[in-house]
Design a protein around this ligand. Structure first.
Ligand code: ADP
Length: 166
């Protein structure tokens, strides 16, 4: 089941939260900064051993001080106008996060709106990609949360999900 929520993703009690990280996996702004602050310094120490992450790929860490047991770090594309494979890369972020979750027996998972903050991906088309992939994995999870951080995103996600269900 897909649930659209307005929340700080670091507070969610799910098996795994997804972090919109950067290629270093060593922390940054936006949701990444919030995840590192909430998980504690052990996360940075752990991630140093992961050797970074390519755009579109996903890597796993423990949740440390989070309620979530796991953090799936994925790196979204930076928006350059849409002609540089951004849509395919964003889709890969969602798909590879789900595949990693399935390999760990993760049954509930929450995603932020990957790439739509500092990386500048248009919110509407990013939400469509997110929800299309979420629907493909819906039956394999107990709970899939699309975690919006503001009211505007919440509206966009509800609207896009309605469109997909028509
Ligand atoms: P990116 O670099 O991939 O664009 P950002 O963190 O800048 O990542 O933004 C991705 C999305 O995460 C944005 O929609 C932003 O509003 C949202 N966001 C920021 N902080 C949080 C948080 N604590 N919980 C959930 N979503 C968040």
């Amino acid at each position: 089941m897909i649930e659209i929520l307005k929340a700080d993703i670091t507070t969610l009690k799910v098996d795994a939260i997804v972090n919109a990280a950067n290629n270093s996996l060593l922390g940054g702004g936006g949701v990444d900064g919030a995840v590192h602050r909430a998980a504690g310094p052990e996360l940075l120490e752990f991630n140093r051993k992961l050797g970074g992450c390519a755009t579109g790929q996903a890597k796993l860490s423990p949740g440390f001080r989070l309620a979530a047991k796991w953090i799936i770090h994925t790196v979204g594309p930076i928006w350059h106008g849409g002609g540089e494979g951004e849509a395919e890369l964003l889709e890969k972020c969602y798909r590879n996060s789900f595949l990693l979750a399935l390999s760990q027996d993760i049954k509930s998972i929450a995603f932020p709106a990957i790439s739509t903050g500092i990386y500048g991906y248009p919110r509407g088309s990013a939400a469509t990609i997110a929800l299309v992939v979420m629907r493909q994995y819906e039956l394999q999870f107990n709970r899939i949360v699309a975690c919006c951080f503001n009211a505007e995103d919440l509206d966009i996600y509800y609207r896009e999900l309605d469109k997909l269900r028509q």
